[in-house]
Write a protein that binds this ligand. Sequence first.
Ligand code: ZN
Length: 240
Amino acid sequence: MRFAIFSDLHANLEATETVLADAHERGCTHFVCLGDVVGYNANPHECVEIVQKLECPVVKGNHDEQASIEESSRGFNPLAEMAINWTRAQLTKEDKEWLRDLRMTRQVRDFTIVHATLDTPDQWGYVFNDLDAAASFTYQHTTVCFFGHTHVPGAFVRDDGVRRVKTDQLMIEETKKYFINVGSVGQPRDGDWRAAYCIYDVDKKVVEQRRLKYDLATAQQKIIKAGLPRLLADRLKLGR
Ligand code: ZN
């Protein structure tokens, strides 16, 4: 059984379609979405629809939360706030209800999924270092947990201590614990503009990182045409 696990689509339709096509080609039969379906890019409604059609487990991201409420956002930088206001106007009432009803964490087969952290999932903290990961591990009761939010792919492993490892090809050992960031589909921030997601082969116990080129020019043109801040188009190319 092969899972395609993806996060932070951020309304980037071109990147999302490319990732899902690749997942099908690579024999994935199951899908899991770690949240932030909307925000920043130009196709929030379309991305909500695509994820709904997959009928897969989905957890809530901070942009999903903000887009689904009517009052103005708290703790968002001006760029994210401009985008979220625009996003609210693009979503149907049903889209917002669906986003609002998403859960913070879920267990899928033998692994856990969350958008940001397991210690305080609704506080939207960022796991960038071993210390952040250690706090989350305290609440992790499965060998593997997948997360997103930072838009930076990579995994933390806990055995004697906590250390960072790459996810190019990661063998899962039952004696350890793994907190794995699958990277971002629609707005990577690790300096590589290509869409990121992970494939988890549950039988072989292997996690594989995928990076894919997509139609970046179209995604950028749509952002500009929509009247969203130009910086959002520029950053896609930089992977920042
Ligand atoms: Zn995000």
